[in-house]
Design a protein around this ligand. Structure first.
Ligand code: NAD
Length: 341
């Protein structure tokens, strides 16, 4: 499918869920060159993630719930983007609660974001013939027990009534919807299955493993590992993810493509590194895995390597150090109303 280029010097790019963790880093990267419209309703994101961009004339924020229809050409603040003439060239769809705490607390929002909200965004892609990026998730693979390496063609069993089902079912439906739009309307709509990514702008409070371990260390609490000494996962740093998303949008590949690290780290090793960097006088404790936790699959990233010439390069020590620096500074200022209890 041919990649459509803007006829103007700068592209108009729409990032939905742009005030969240991944979305805000994407806003930073894309606003360096092009014009970026960020839509977010602060369901789990925060203004602090994008406040430094608000003075940039090529960046506009719209507080809107994407589950409701939006006509961009009627938004007064977008007048300078001349959408009626220049259209939209790229749309990135990142709107969805993403952490176990968030999607368990917001099951209906998770389902609507990945269905009704996604449909509204895809309709914009059809209207403007824009390239489309959908942030799916490794959760679509369902139960991966016994599988060593997950390739994109693995169709795993998935229990649609399990505790995690609101997220996995929402993402599975979302992928089917994106593919149907690609086939019916011939739009260049891409599906990325993102595995565990970490970095600055994650929240201390929303229960994802790395920020939670950091929170415990900098608060002087023992670090809890839900598993044993051999439990492992794989984590990659946000800068690597932003790099591969932009590569995917500039390639003819439409996926689904696993975006992940294929390095394995035990949770104990991660906790030890966090203790070493923070110099916190805390211990590691092991507890039974929580119901909401699924087994962590390791991704086969051969497709991303071959089709996109990408693999993660940021080492865990470097990524953890930057994340710890950010979260330590954030400790006293994270807005209490945004904490997901
Ligand atoms: P996040 O919670 O930080 O960001 C999601 C953003 O979307 C938030 O700013 C939130 O306010 C916004 N949002 C949610 N519903 C909305 C709505 N109806 N209208 C407008 N804005 C809305 O999460 P994240 O970690 O940045 O994840 C972004 C996407 O990537 C999600 O779809 C998630 O499922 C997917 N993903 C992330 C990871 C990861 O490691 N971070 C892994 C797999 C998949």
């Amino acid at each position: 499918m041919p990649i459509k280029r803007a006829i103007f010097d700068k592209k108009n790019i729409l990032i939905i869920g742009g005030a969240g963790f991944i979305g805000s880093h994407l806003c930073d990267e894309l606003a360096k060159i092009d014009k970026v419209i960020c839509i977010d309703n602060f369901l789990t994101g925060s203004e602090g993630n994008i406040s430094h961009l608000l003075e940039n004339p090529d960046f506009k924020f719209i507080n809107h719930d994407i589950v409701n229809f939006i006509d961009l050409e009627k938004q007064a603040e977008l007048r300078n983007f001349k959408i009626e003439f220049q259209g939209l060239q790229e749309i990135y769809y990142l709107a969805s609660p993403a952490s176990p705490k968030a999607y368990s607390k917001m099951p209906i929002e998770s389902l609507l974001d990945n269905s009704v909200g996604l449909r509204n965004a895809l309709d914009l892609a059809v209207k403007y013939k824009a390239q489309f990026f959908y942030a799916s998730s490794s959760t679509v693979y369902g139960d991966t027990s016994g599988k060593k390496l997950i390739q994109e063609n693995y169709v795993g069993p998935s229990d649609h009534l399990a505790v995690r089902a609101v997220f996995s079912e929402a993402k599975r439906f979302g992928e089917t919807l994106v593919q149907s739009y690609r086939l019916k309307y011939d739009i260049d709509a891409k599906i990325a299955r993102i595995f565990n990514c970490y970095g600055p702008r994650l929240k201390l409070s929303d229960g994802r493993m790395i920020p939670e371990m950091i929170r415990q260390a900098i608060s002087g609490e023992d670090i809890i590992i839900y598993g044993d000494k051999n439990s492992f996962g794989s984590y990659f740093y946000i800068n690597d993810l932003i790099k591969v998303i932009t590569k995917l949008m500039r390639s003819p590949e439409f996926g689904p493509v696993n975006l992940a690290s294929d390095w394995k780290n035990t949770y104990s090793e991660i906790a030890q590194k966090i203790i070493a960097i923070t110099k916190a006088p805390v211990k590691i404790k092991y507890e039974k895995p929580l119901d909401i936790m699924g087994e962590q699959p390791i991704a086969d990233i051969a497709l991303a390597k071959e089709a996109l010439g990408w693999f993660p390069v940021v080492l865990l020590d470097e990524g953890l150090k930057k994340t710890i620096d950010y979260l330590s500074a954030q400790k006293d200022i994270e807005e209490p109303e945004q904490l997901i209890k």
